[in-house]
Unconditional design. Structure first.
Length: 398
């Protein structure tokens, strides 16, 4: 039995060596969705452990809030399709707590190479049932009249893509997982994972003997895996976001707009606009302090398609940074090493944790309950792929 203590935050803290069937390390969107799908499948004894005082206080709380199926590989598209549908259902079930808005994603390019890449992605997306449209400049202006379409070569738009409220997603996932009987151990640091007669998770509040461990530790997944001798190729990078002051004269619900040529994306945030940019040259970091140099980076790029924002002041009170745990090919790892089949890695989602959360949860659940995943082809997400030739790289990374 697990000795428990309910805190003011509603958490359940482990106080002595305990036993569970599944220990999920990490209470972000991935860990919460894993726990929820396990309980939906009837798995008993699910415990989620997190070093923070409540759910979703890590990278999930710092997310941009976009969800999209416009990826460039089959597995990422499938993960998005499954999760977006589940987020819609959770939105209805939670009386709108998820904050789902189908504003769409609009991708833009002005180069020949960009057009070729966008068409290749569009054809794959359409073949997999994503209702994505190929737009002319006139079609872009119809949906986003504030954009600069000079020299535009191609654009795609998917109306079923959209935005969510990361805090609302966390609250809804956490509430549903608790309703179904998931236990939570907050303010609890995981010190390591050990094999033995029974796998054991060592924590600052006591050890937990278990049958399965799920590594959903996000930016700290590599460190956790290393305690069991696993080399997990997940590198964490800081990603910054900035919000402008109010911009009048533009409709509130606009698409998430992505300039593929500069890497700048924008969406509405209150009365202003949120601006994002992921610099591929940024070094690894776990620093979540906003980088002021980010403002120079976006200032040099934002005028290409979003010239209406060039002279709009940034709201210094609404700038923040989060962490992207990334793999070399920008695909997650959902797999258990052959030598430790009970230690399932569910990490490396980059900035796609929320939009792939339910699919990750479903995949892990099937690995635990059926020893194989049938809903998705997890071959592209296997851990061993990094030692093999012929990597397939996801290129729609924002």
């Amino acid at each position: 039995m697990i000795e428990t203590l309910t805190s003011d935050a509603g958490s359940i803290a482990v106080r002595r060596p305990a036993r569970a069937r599944v220990v999920v390390v990490g209470a972000g969107a991935i860990g919460l969705a894993v726990a929820l799908q396990l309980r939906r499948a009837g798995v008993e004894g699910v415990v989620v452990v997190d070093c923070n005082s409540s759910a979703g206080m890590g990278s999930t709380s710092r997310a941009n809030g976009g969800v999209r199926a416009q990826f460039t590989t089959t597995v990422n598209i499938a993960f998005s399709q499954f999760t977006i549908e589940q987020l819609r259902e959770l939105h209805e079930q939670s009386a709108g707590q998820v904050g789902f808005k189908s504003v769409g994603y609009l991708f833009l390019t002005g180069t020949d190479a960009g057009e070729i890449a966008l068409r290749r992605a569009w054809e794959l997306q359409r073949s997999l049932g994503v209702d994505v449209a190929w737009l002319s400049a006139a079609g872009v202006i119809e949906r986003a009249p504030f954009l600069n379409v000079d020299g535009l070569a191609a654009a795609t738009f998917c109306a079923s893509d959209g935005i969510i409220d990361p805090h609302g997603v966390t609250s809804a996932l956490w509430a549903e997982a608790r309703r179904l009987g998931t236990s939570f151990a907050f303010d609890t640091e995981v010190l390591g994972v050990e094999a033995g007669p029974s796998p054991r998770v060592r924590t600052t509040t006591g050890d937990i003997e278990t049958e399965f461990v799920v590594n959903a530790a996000g930016p700290f997944a590599r460190t956790l895996a290393a305690t069991a001798g696993i080399d997990l190729p997940v590198v964490t990078r800081r990603r910054n976001l900035a919000c402008t002051e109010a911009v009048d004269g533009i409709a509130g619900d606009i698409p998430m707009c992505v300039d593929n040529d500069t890497g700048i994306l924008i969406r509405r945030e209150g009365a202003g606009f949120l601006i994002g940019f992921s610099d591929p040259s940024d070094p690894p970091s776990t620093d979540t302090a906003f980088d002021p140099a980010f403002l120079d980076a976006i200032a040099a790029r934002v005028g290409n398609r979003f010239s209406f924002l060039e002279d709009v002041p940034i709201n210094s009170r609404k700038c923040w940074a989060g962490l992207y745990p990334e793999t070399p090919d920008h695909h997650a790892i959902v797999d258990a090493p052959a030598e430790l089949p009970w230690f399932i890695q569910c990490a490396g989602f980059g900035g796609h944790g929320i939009m792939h959360s339910f699919a990750a949860g479903q995949a892990v659940t099937e690995l635990i309950t059926e020893s194989r995943c049938t809903t998705f082809d997890l071959h592209p997400l296997r851990l061993s792929r990094f030692d093999e030739p012929g990597a397939v790289v996801e290129t729609a990374v924002l």
